[in-house]
Structures are given as C-alpha cells and as structure tokens.
Design a protein around this ligand. Sequence first.
Ligand code: NAD
Length: 474
Amino acid sequence: MPTSSFINGEFIGGDRNLAVENPATGAQIMTIAGADAATAGMKALDAASAAAASWAATTPRHRSDILRRAYELCLERADDLAVTMTMEMGKPLAEAYGEVNYGAEFLRWFSEEAVRSSGRFRPAPAAAGQNILVYSQPVGPTLLITPWNFPFSMGTRKIGPALAAGCTVVLKPANLTPLSSLLLMEILHEAGVPSGVVNCVVTEDSATLSSTLMDDPRLRKISFTGSTPVGRTLLSQASRNVLRTSMELGGNAPFLVLESADVDKTVTAVMAGKFRNNGEACTAANRIYVHRNIAEEFTAAFVDKVKALVLGNGLDEGTTLGPLIDQAAVQKCQDLVDDAVSKGAEVLLGGRALERAGHFFPATVLTNVPRVARVNKEEIFGPVAPIIVCETVDDMVEAANDTEFGLMAYVCGQDIDQVRDVVGRIESGMVAVNVGVASDPAAPFGGVKQSGIGREGSHEGLDEYLELKYVRIG
Ligand code: NAD
C-alpha cells in the first residue's frame, strides 16, 4: 500500500504525518507521509506542466488504450480497492465493490470517448471561398480536488476525461480518505500513464495547495467536487487567473411521492436514494414529500424497510448501513433531529446517536416535519429521512424548489402526464423517475443553482477538458 504523495511517477516521502482513521472503530489504519502543500504542490505542477505538451501530442487511440488497461486493472484489484474504501470511509463492503465498478466504468467510458472527440467544418456563410474550422484541444494542466464520500469514483470521474482529452493532472484527494486515490495512482502508472501526467498530493493544507497552484499561470483548470462553501471560495480564487472551472457541489434532493405512486417500488427507490452510502451522498434524498392520500400507506411500508437495515462495521457480513465519516457528522445528524423535534416533528425510528466506538448514527425516520426545520434546508449527509406530507402536487413542487441547491430530484408516480409535468417544473440538473439511483458514466452528472457548474460523465464530461480553437481558412 503506497503511503505518500505521487509526483512525477514516484511515491515521494513527506514529513507531515497524517493519520487515516477507520470510522467504524475510531482506530488508526495507517499514517501517510503527508506533504508540505506549497512545496509538493509546486513539484506536482512542475511535473504536470513538463509533461503537458508530449501528452497532448499523443494520439487519442494511445490514450484510449491506456485508460482501457487502467479500467481492467481496477477490476483485477477490486478486492484491495473495495476493502480499502470501506476501511477509510465506512460504507458497507458490497457498496464499496459497487463503487469500484462505477469508478472503473469512467475509465472505460472515457477510453471510448477519447477517440470520439471531434471538431467542425463549415463554409463561411457570407464569405465566398472561406471556411470555418473548429478544433478541440486539451485545456492544459488541471487541478482536481475530490471529497471523502466517494473516495475512488470522484477521482476517476475527473481523471478519465482529463486524460482522454490530453490534459495533465494534479489530484488532491480528501485527507480523510487518501488511500483509494493512492491505489489508483499505482494502477494508472502500471497501465502506462507516463511520469508527470498524473500526480497526487496528499496534504492536510488543501487551502494552501489550491491557492498556490491557482496563482501559477501554468495551471489552466480547476475541477472541484465538494461542499458549496468551499466551491464558492475556489470560484473566487479561480477568477484571479480566469481559470476554466467545473464545480460539483452540494445537494438537497427532494423526493416527491405522487398520489399515483406504486408504494412497493417507491419504498425501494427511497431506500436507495436515502440510505445508499450511509446517506452521505450529494444526491441523497434529503426531503421526502408525500401526497396526503398515500402518506399513511407509504410511511408504514417505509418504516418497515428501514427497520430491517443492519447498522455496523462495513466489513462485517450483513451490514447494510455503515458509520458516518466522523464525530462531527454524527453531531450534525443529532442537531438536525433535535431541531426538527423542537419545531414539532415526530420521531418514528432512531433519532439518537449510538454510544459506542466509531461514529454511528441509526437510520432515522421523522414525520410531520415543518418547512422551517433545518433538516429541510441543509444537506443532512446522514441516515435521517424527514417525511413531509403535502396536500397538492403544486405544494410539493413549490416546496421542492424552495432551496438554493439543484442537483438531484426524485419523482415516483404512475400517472405519466403528471410525472412529466412535475419533471419539467423541478429545478435540478438531474431527475430520477421511479428509481433511487441515477448516476451513470454515460449520463451528464451535475447541478444547477448553487449545486454547481458543468457536467461529469457522458460526452459533456470530456468537453469540460477541451478548449475550442476556431481557425479561419481564407
Ligand atoms: P469539502 O468541501 O469539505 O472538501 C472537498 C475537498 O476540498 C477535500 O479534498 C478537501 O480537503 C478540500 N478542501 C477543503 N477546503 C478547501 C479549501 N479552502 N481550498 C481547497 N480545497 C479545500 O467537502 P467534503 O466534506 O469532502 O464532501 C462533502 C461535500 O461534497 C458535500 O457537500 C457533498 O454534497 C459534496 N459532493 C458533491 C458531489 C457532486 O457531484 N455534486 C459529489 C460528492 C460530494
């Protein structure tokens, strides 16, 4: 297992000890030789800049073959990757295997997209004999910053398109979960990514790293996945050198259960949308709006399913809900529940943090949650499910849109005309209909409003790493 930053094809030492903890036990897994942010960051950018021209000059087919090999290596090392992810982040092992597949698919998808990048030709409409040519070119060296909740796939979702487009990379993984990214560095290196093309800096001082790199004119793009407040800071820093930016930020997904919903299918969808990844997903269903005429039946069936979740160490067989990432996350769930109860909500299940080693909060269902409760306004990032009963579809849509976020929304219903109408009125970058998980490497993932700028996955994911050059042929 590599234990330090990866720069210019080598794992380099570092003198800042950085402990990685297992959230299921509170015990230290290992110590990473963390780097001095400014020095290591600059070395990584030196390497990424030096490698930029030669990497951009490789053929798309060459880059595609390397990405394909990396995809295969990820699957070969699925056991290592999945166990590492569960140990550093806490998710149940079966879900960690799911993330290995999902993350690896971005490498396969972009190995295929690498050879599909195209330009345009058009005769100039009003200038006889003149032509308009449009080329796509790599943006250049990029800084990619990822969060802890999907430690592997948030890296591949950015590195896949960056490499496919011909860009070089400095990756800054979350310091709570650096191990999956370091395993990914090994894989990319073995797959044939040349030295300097992908670098990874592990540091506790993210702010210094990003600020130092963004002040350097050699850096041409920042792609960030994380919270909206940090995204805002980075956007303002990016303005100094007018960098290309992609921002995948926070969410506050509404889950609308229409009167026509099939209860069994809806409960299955809510379980996945709410409790997958321990509830720590930007797409997690945050607020469950249920039509009054179906509320009783839905709530009873939902509570039954939630009761069956097994809370525990993600490595233990049978665990379906893991620990939260740290004690602050547990405290936040507790505060949100207490606030909702003080404003009139009722706890149907759970509601109290567990007193045991590790960071455990039980699956919790709240009902009669008033609009003013904090749980409706803030990202929960935990296994707390607030149910809000609504009288009309218009009330549901109005409440769903009453947020500064706009990443994911869920709608369940069998009345296709009504579903279509609601989908059209929801303010979000993505809508899942009658299903609880929508992320797919072949689909454009991203948000509107304060959930971000840009898309990851699909063809649009590649465009984020390409510049257009218009050439006039006289
Ligand atoms: P975070 O914003 O605290 O940190 C994200 C990354 O930014 C980490 O690597 C962190 O070390 C780094 N960072 C923190 N402060 C920084 C600074 N001042 N300058 C530069 N880098 C800094 O978020 P988190 O707690 O790691 O992740 C949870 C958040 O991420 C949630 O809000 C969630 O919704 C969001 N998220 C969004 C998506 C998406 O695709 N939209 C996906 C996953 C997570």
